[in-house]
Design a protein around this ligand. Structure first.
Ligand code: FDP
Length: 298
């Protein structure tokens, strides 16, 4: 059913089959999360961040799916160091963050999986605009997926009978005033960011910030309005969030839903990929609000 829907949306059979497989992986991660331990794994990811057991498990599930898929030529996870080869005849390279927001896992906040798919084996020199599909899964009280194959954004729900389409046209437009000011610590080093946050407060925006990028962005898609910010600061000019695993896929989805993405100067989708570990400041949400932010931050 989902396969046919993806074909209708213009996806190639190869891409549709890959996405169906990723749906199975997400279902497996969702089931593994129920009852999972919150213990540390005793290992670190490619960025030197401590992993929890569920980071490792989710990474294994995703990598098993990708390494055995005939349409995947290479893949890479935020948890790993470097590109992994898959099928020599494959046509897609796949980048994923298997368990985004894992520092919130012990407190039982929602976490997610983020995926970006490119139609080339070597993405260096390319841009996130070339993604052929992007998605994220939210593991909350329910498991849902926001997906785009370049024809708008659709939301799916995991049920006992499998995935069902719940929203065919997810749209982000001006309306309700929500803001998610990530890296608020940067206000101590950047007056422009301090003043920007103050202006949202003065304009009576409602704060919606969990500290997990997936639920924070999902809030914008589900409410149809809002702005998410994660700027850099002098001690970390590019901020913390990664282009390949977080910002690129989220920007693809946001622009497909009618919203905007920026690093403060240009669309995230137009940034040239110079390394798989590239980080970028990121602003995502309602077009007018992203424009306001870009005018206010230096
Ligand atoms: P986490 O470290 O828990 O995995 O990049 C990951 C991320 O969470 C995002 O999900 C989230 O938006 C961001 O980091 C939060 O960063 P801060 O801890 O700096 O607020």
């Amino acid at each position: 059913m989902i396969y046919d829907f993806l074909i209708q949306k213009g996806s190639s059979p190869a891409l549709a089959e890959l996405l169906v497989e990723l749906g199975r992986a997400i279902e497996e991660i969702s089931k593994s999360i129920l009852g999972a331990s919150t213990l540390k794994a005793g290992s670190k990811n490619a960025y030197g961040e401590e992993q929890i057991a569920m980071d490792v498990k989710a990474d294994e599930i995703m990598n098993r799916t990708l390494s055995t898929n005939p349409y995947v030529v290479t893949y890479c996870s935020e948890e790993q160091d470097g590109l992994q080869p898959a099928s020599i005849d494959g046509q897609f390279s796949v980048f994923h963050d298997p368990l985004d927001g894992s520092s919130l896992f012990d407190v039982n906040f929602s976490v997610g999986t983020i995926v970006g798919i490119y139609p080339v084996a070597d993405v260096l020199g390319h841009t996130p605009r070339e993604q052929v599909a992007a998605l994220y899964a939210v593991y909350g009280p329910r498991t849902t997926v926001m997906l785009s194959v370049g024809k708008g954004v659709q939301e799916f729900l995991l049920t006992e009978e499998g995935w069902v389409l719940v929203t065919e046209e997810v749209a982000v437009t001006a309306g309700k005033k929500y803001f998610a000011p990530g890296n608020l610590r940067a206000t101590a080093e950047r007056e422009d960011y301090f003043n920007l946050v103050a202006s949202f407060i003065k304009e009576k925006y409602t704060l919606r910030y969990s500290g997990g990028m997936v639920p924070d962005i999902n809030h914008i898609f589900k409410k149809g309005s809002g702005i998410f910010m994660y700027p850099g600061m002098p001690s970390a000019p590019d901020g913390k969030l990664r282009l390949m695993y977080e910002c690129g896929p989220m920007a693809f989805l946001m622009e497909q839903a009618g919203g905007a993405s920026s690093n403060g100067k240009s669309s995230i989708l137009d940034l040239q990929i110079s390394s798989l570990t590239q980080k970028t400041p990121v602003y995502l949400g309602v077009k007018e609000e992203v424009e306001k932010v870009c005018a206010a931050v230096l």
